[in-house]
Ligand binder design. Sequence first.
Ligand code: ARG
Length: 593
Amino acid sequence: MQKILDLISEEMMRAFEAAGYDAQLGRVTLSNRPDLCEYQCNGAMAGAKKYHKAPLAIAQEVSEKLAGSEVLSEVSAVAPGFLNMKLKESFVRDYLRRMQTSKKLGLETPEKTKKIIIDYGGPNVAKPLHVGHLRSAIIGESIKRICRYAGHDAIGDIHMGDWGLQMGLIITELQKRQPDLVYFDSSYEGDYPLEAPFTISELEEIYPTASAKSKEDEAYKADAMEATYRLQSGVRGYRALWKHIMDVSVADLKKNYDNLDVEFDLWKGESDVHDIIPGMVEDMKKGGYAYESDGALVVDVKEETDTKEVPPCMILKSDGASLYNTTDLATIMDRMAHYHPDKMIYLTDKRQSLYFEQVFRCARKTGLVDADTELVHIGFGTMNGKDGKPFKTREGGVMRLENLIREINEEMIRKIQENAGQKGYEIDMEEAVDTAKIVGLAAIKYGDLSNQASKDYIFDMDRFTSFEGDTGPYILYTIVRIKSILNKYAEQGGILADALIREAVNGSEKSLMLEVAKFNATIEAAYEEIAPHRICAYIYDLANAFNHFYHETKILTEEDGQKKSGWIALLALAKEVLETCIDLLGFSAPDRM
Ligand code: ARG
């Protein structure tokens, strides 16, 4: 279905042409002055020079051609040459009716389905998830859902950090604590136990302990590096231990991501490409791309047009060990071989921007990707506390994700009970807890996604959990309100399926209709700009438009049955739009709150 703005533009372009002017001048935009008009066109001003004519005269001629338009009810030429317009009620009604019966509410399917791999999450195995991992998960999940809804084949890959020094550290600490474990017996040839010799909580304690020791004790660190090397070179017992670490950690990660409603299609990690690194490095050498510099192997990636220094991309360290870069490059190679994506989107902190620039250039230069494979890094800003510094616990430590979610949920339970009290209904603890989970997640996700990703933002518990303002709970509250009206309509004997959208009878109804009509344009923009915040801004406007209409209109007590059912149909459509949008953001609405 065409976007409403395009339909209006086409109407205006026809009028320019009919008046003898270049049709391109007829592009229409949203009104800068919503108090005066709904849409506007500035083409007469742009055409004045070309046609040596006063802009107002052009605007007048064009407006005359629009008498009797099926799209526009009012077109006025105003000084110095604006064309201000209002849409015909019947045109808006028809547009919404078509939306209602169209697939995906009128969003067009792309000509070509793209295969898009989204690399997000990026947790480091055996280290607890902390708030730093939250943004990647939240933004990446939303981008994945938007790409899918837009009609593309999107694949989410968690890309775990599962192969580095942290593994060597854990193995070293385990060996110090339990030297008799069979995994450390190099003469052992039998099968290894199925059960891991540690639990997730032990693992979470082992890593920081080992990491702290390695910082103070050189010998300990050397042991850990040796253990990492032995693991990577395939020593059986070490590999078996690694497998235990992975199993225990992945089970825990799945639980955590489940709680966030974040789901990955691929649970791959850095370790998965270990075996293809030597071949890749060989090819880079043979192709004449990689050369030795101070003992290390590097590929130059600077370009003439660079305004900042872009250092070479390091492929191997001087001791021959691979790096973060190496695994990322090998992963690109692996993805091309297995999935041949048209596009790869990476989500990390924006401090990794230069790093990804180097990796992408290197991948292109060395032919790991096709000329038209798109590589995109979305670098996000930091989540700060109210003091403007990176978010910490009250005690000043790194906030663990689980604790953050717990704190939000407790606050939500309090607010939900308070609201039930004000509304005068009983809510038992079980329902409050379940609802708080849903609303709490919306509070966290909306609080994050409503900002442009690259910006830092302040995590403000009070604001994020508020039922009023530009917040997740406000959006849910609006949906719940619509649900309740629709339920009451059904209880009165109204049949939703029979309700038909009608021409708007007042200004607030029309404003609501115009907001609803922007759905397909919004989703298209969010997809093209890879920008979930566009959807947040849209549903905030839509929720405001609905609430404005709701406060001005006695819907359920309306005597005129046709009018009432028209409103009900509009509400049902608005609800569908809102629910689709929040699903794209990665959360859902409860039945009441
Ligand atoms: N594990 C990394 C970190 O915690 C993030 C991985 C991001 N993805 C990637 N393909 N490099 O910083």
